[in-house]
Design a protein around this ligand. Structure first.
Ligand SMILES: CCCCCCCCCCCCCC(=O)SCCNC(=O)CCNC(=O)[C@H](O)C(C)(C)COP(=O)(O)OP(=O)(O)OC[C@H]1O[C@@H](n2cnc3c(N)ncnc32)[C@H](O)[C@@H]1OP(=O)(O)O
Length: 252
């Protein structure tokens, strides 16, 4: 096990999404403004979802929370249109997740095309750990260092708890998968899948505390990229991982 590569703090660039996904959505100013507005809306809605999730799992005054939620629901009433009598979501909303099933690796986490309804909105990064627009994600903010390694930072609230006061081991593994996956994709590299991910849990990963997740390529053999990484709280490495990312044969 080698130590994580070091790089100057100013050298980082955002790597939550592949490079292609960071390109403007459309050349025209109007289209870009519309897409930016929709992205802001999605991210605000996701942030609200996170706040709600934290509130729902936190001990507190449940009656007050219920009253606040009633008030919020009343204020939002009508925004999403009338609810069906049986309470099921509209058919077009239910159909959307299925559209993700057939995505290729290149589009899985970022470089997605336009929505099926030709909306100018692009989904961008929708991964459940790092996407600002996915309320399931904390989100983990991932940056790429000048040396090609990836660094993710997050503080995980109570809804990510496993054992009391510790982050769930599956979430630790998810963070490593995402950050090592980012490091596995230097610019121009063929899309690759996680083939092996081995995690050692060395110490408690604390909730509500700044965590740093690092990932880097140890070596490359043809279509195989061998990765390593760590999760740390301050100077304490709470987990470390090794992994193998493999580009499908047909990717060349
Ligand atoms: C730019 C685009 C994307 C950007 C994304 C950025 C962020 C991304 C973040 C994403 C985060 C989310 C991430 C996710 O969620 S990724 C989703 C979870 N992972 C998957 O779905 C992958 C499922 N597996 C497969 O699809 C196939 O196995 C693939 C296509 C990967 C390879 O199938 P293929 O049939 O072609 O090959 P193979 O499987 O027989 O074997 C492959 C090679 O590996 C060697 N091998 C096997 N085991 C070991 C071992 N233990 N030590 C050493 N070597 C080992 C083995 O000998 C062979 O080598 P060789 O004999 O060929 O030399």
């Amino acid at each position: 096990m080698t130590s994580a590569p070091q790089a100057g703090p100013g050298a980082a660039s955002t790597a939550n999404t592949p490079d292609a996904a960071d390109a403007p959505d459309a050349p025209g100013d109007g289209a870009a403004t519309s897409a930016d507005g929709a992205r802001g809306l999605a991210e605000r809605a996701a942030a609200l979802g996170r706040e709600l999730a934290t509130a729902l799992v936190s001990a507190g005054d449940e009656a007050r929370l219920a009253a606040q939620l009633r008030e919020l629901a009343a204020r939002l009433g009508g925004l999403a249109g009338p609810a069906p009598a049986d309470g099921t979501p509209p058919a077009d909303t239910r159909a959307r997740p299925a559209a993700h099933h057939g995505q290729e690796p290149a589009s899985r986490s970022g470089a997605v095309g336009p929505d099926e309804d030709d909306s100018p909105v692009r989904r961008g990064d929708i991964t459940p750990i790092s996407s600002p627009r996915n309320p399931l994600a904390p989100p983990l903010v991932i940056e790429r260092e000048a040396d090609g390694s990836a660094v993710g930072r997050a503080s995980l609230p109570l809804q990510y708890q496993g054992p009391p006061e510790r982050v769930h081991g599956g979430i630790v593994c998810l963070m490593l998968d995402q950050v090592l996956g980012s490091a596995a994709h230097p610019k121009g590299a063929a899309p690759a899948y996680t083939r092996v991910l081995e995690v050692e849990y060395l110490a408690a990963t604390p909730l509500d505390a700044p965590l740093t997740v690092r990932g880097w390529i140890e070596r490359t053999e043809g279509r195989k990229r061998f990765l390593a990484g760590t999760v740390a709280h301050g100077d304490t490495i709470t987990a470390r991982a090794t992994g193998l990312w493999v580009a499908p044969r047909e990717a060349g």
